[in-house]
Design a protein around this ligand. Structure first.
Ligand SMILES: NC(=O)c1ccc[n+]([C@@H]2O[C@H](COP(=O)([O-])OP(=O)(O)OC[C@H]3O[C@@H](n4cnc5c(N)ncnc54)[C@H](OP(=O)(O)O)[C@@H]3O)[C@@H](O)[C@H]2O)c1
Length: 263
């Protein structure tokens, strides 16, 4: 299947490692040029070099803290001056810290909203005019299975990702006639550094081993295993493609069957 991504430009947020990196890798293999970002410069630049060396696409790596609006503005200026417009936007960023409601300060809630909701709004605001002018665009938000089945101990994530989902569903209707689709992809438990750090936290707070924390997650999936970032990236890449032209306003899980709801 030709996905029609060759020569398109994709901005993949938070993409030096983990899910964002896997999506960047896959889009580049389909021939899309990339803008990638993360806070830490060395691994970001290394990711950019590795993707370019493997695929030959143009990759611009812009150090960015997505929780800082000034950084997001600079990211978008660089993207615009290097590529003119963004065809595909993948919103993503680090996950908020775990812990029950009473462990989080007012500031922690503000940070989670800034990082996991406002960064989505700021990135979307910046790409929409170009997509509308082109009459084509793809916006894909990386959320979480927590939107359908909240995960105990992740109250910040459970709450803020629901806001992203409400935003995306409404935006999908507003821009559908402009040729722009807006979808969310909900990762289940997928092998990245984020999952390693959540397992370490569970081990510390619940007195079980890291391995037992992983076994608990595995037992919650009918497949009995943790997902691979490449399995997640495959769906995101399809949604970013020409071929996903009649899919909008959805939230699709990549979770090995973790979510127990019918729809
Ligand atoms: N993995 C899972 O099982 C899973 C399941 C459900 C939802 N999710 C969510 O999916 C998202 C990605 O998760 P992941 O597993 O890929 O995490 P990860 O392995 O920790 O990777 C996070 C990436 O985001 C970058 N990043 C973090 N905070 C940033 C910020 N403020 N500004 C810019 N870049 C930032 C990191 O680089 P720097 O640290 O250098 O900035 C890194 O490149 C998270 O929101 C996570 O909560 C993950």
């Amino acid at each position: 299947m030709d996905l029609g991504l060759k020569g398109k430009t994709a901005l993949v947020a938070a993409s030096s490692r983990g899910l964002g990196r896997a999506v960047a890798d896959e889009l580049a293999r389909e021939g899309a040029n990339l803008v990638i970002c993360a806070r830490t410069v060395a691994p970001l630049e290394e990711a950019g070099r590795a993707i370019h060396d493997e695929t030959g696409v143009e990759v611009v790596a812009v150090p960015t803290d997505l929780s800082k609006p000034a950084d997001v503005a600079r990211l978008m200026e660089t993207a615009e001056s290097d590529f003119g417009k963004i065809d595909v936007l993948i919103t993503n960023t680090g996950g908020p810290p775990p812990g029950p409601f009473e462990s989080h300060s007012v500031e922690a809630w503000s940070t989670a909203v800034e990082q996991n909701l406002n960064s989505v709004l700021n990135l979307t605001r910046a790409v929409l005019p170009g997509m509308k002018k082109a009459g084509w665009g793809r916006i894909i938000n990386i959320t979480s299975v927590a939107v359908k089945q909240p995960i105990d101990g992740l109250i910040l994530s459970n709450a803020v990702r629901a806001a992203v989902t409400g935003f995306a569903k409404t935006l999908a209707n507003e821009v559908a006639a402009d040729g722009i689709t807006v979808n969310n992809v909900m990762p289940g438990f997928t092998k990245t550094e984020r999952l390693d750090s959540l397992a370490a936290n569970i081990s510390e707070t619940q007195g079980i081993t890291v391995e037992e924390a992983f076994d608990r997650w595995k037992s919650q999936s009918p497949m009995g295993r943790i997902g691979e970032p490449t399995e997640f990236a495959a769906l995101v890449t399809f949604l970013a493609s020409e071929r996903a032209s009649y899919i909008t306003g959805t939230s699709i899980p990549v979770d090995g069957g973790f979510i127990q709801a019918l729809l």
